[in-house]
Design a protein around this ligand. Structure first.
Ligand code: C2E
Ligand code: MG
Ligand code: MG
Ligand code: MG
Length: 291
């Protein structure tokens, strides 16, 4: 109840300032209704293992389809949702919806892979977060190993004490924790030792320059070695070319995610990867050398 009240109070506030004003305020006002109006939906972007080309999971990416504004990019509306606090009801919806989606696949006997959900700082600051997520998994009847959370470095830096407590609770519950956009934030390597992170995601800015810029490839390789040295998995984001994939495979990166192997897609399309025979990602020819 409290959540719904908070939400409508925000909407009221936003509407007051909206008449004939900027796109920003127009979006703010429209976003208040988006959840109830059913304009939000989830897309799934596959992640593949570089060891055998198998489907390894998916990242859940929020989409907003507005009747007159059209598709609004998360890069534009997530910051607004964060500033207004709307990210709390929206983020809770994404989590619950992801748990239900997993439950649906489980019930239908489809192949199960973990879903990775992005968390924002406002959500992460909730002391009830771990308990809320555990309750959602329980209600859906889904095991914690099917849920991963993607966090950014900035979120850990702000309140390291509270962050540490929340992360410990989530890990104790069996949920996986990934550091997103790794290498771009205000990071301290000490945090990797201090927090129970299970996966690093190499930011796409390094992947983009992998074959053109020596510094980027040096950093990418260092992240892979760092992750493995600390017993973590490593995923490269934004992989668009076979040459990038080849480089990452040669340097022992665990997984890839990007337009090359699959765009963010609606559930119905992603389900085709979960149904029927396992269709591995075609890896470069060197992959066949060991068989
Ligand atoms: P992110 O978590 O780093 O997600 C990866 C972004 O890279 C996604 O953008 C994805 O569509 C895009 N991408 C994937 N492969 C490629 C590629 O090969 N090339 C290029 N150029 N881009 C690629 P998207 O969907 O626009 O999301 C942007 C950001 O919005 C996300 O970055 C994440 O920070 C945030 N976001 C999305 N959904 C949610 C959500 O449910 N909750 C929260 N808090 N944030 C979200
Ligand atoms: Mg992410
Ligand atoms: Mg990312
Ligand atoms: Mg990003």
């Amino acid at each position: 109840r409290a959540k719904a009240d908070g939400n409508s109070a925000l909407c009221f506030y936003a509407r007051d300032f909206t008449r004939g004003s900027s796109r920003r305020l127009q979006l703010e006002s429209a976003l208040c209704q988006a959840l109830e109006a059913g304009q939000l939906l989830l897309h799934y972007q596959p992640k593949f293992s570089l060891e055998d080309g198998a489907l390894a999971g998916a990242e859940v990416l929020l989409r907003w389809q507005h009747p007159t504004l059209g598709a609004v990019s998360p890069a534009e509306f997530i910051p607004i949702a964060e500033e207004t606090g709307l990210i709390l009801p929206i983020g809770a919806w994404v989590l619950r919806q992801s748990c239900r989606q997993l439950a649906g696949w489980q019930r239908r006997g489809l192949r199960m892979v973990p879903l990775a959900v992005n968390l924002s700082a406002r959500q992460f600051a909730l002391p009830t977060l771990a308990g809320d997520i555990r309750a959602m998994l329980r209600e859906a009847g889904v095991g914690p190993r099917w849920l991963q959370l993607e966090l950014t470095e900035s979120l850990l830096v702000r309140q390291p004490e509270a962050a540490s407590r929340t992360l410990e609770q989530l890990r104790a519950a069996g949920i996986q924790l990934a550091l997103d956009d790794f290498g771009t934030g205000y990071s301290s390597l000490n945090y990797l030792r201090r927090f129970p992170i299970t996966q690093l995601k190499i930011d796409q800015s390094f992947v983009r320059e992998l074959l053109h810029d020596k510094d980027s490839s040096t950093i990418a390789v260092a992240i892979i070695n760092l992750a493995h040295g600390l017993g973590m998995q490593v995923v490269a984001e934004g992989v668009e070319t076979m040459a990038q994939l080849e480089f990452l495979r040669r340097h022992d990166c665990d997984q890839v995610q990007g337009y090359l192997s699959g765009r963010p897609q609606p559930a119905a399309q992603f389900e085709r990867l979960l149904a029927g025979p396992q269709l591995p990602l075609a890896l470069p020819r060197a992959a066949g050398a060991d068989c």
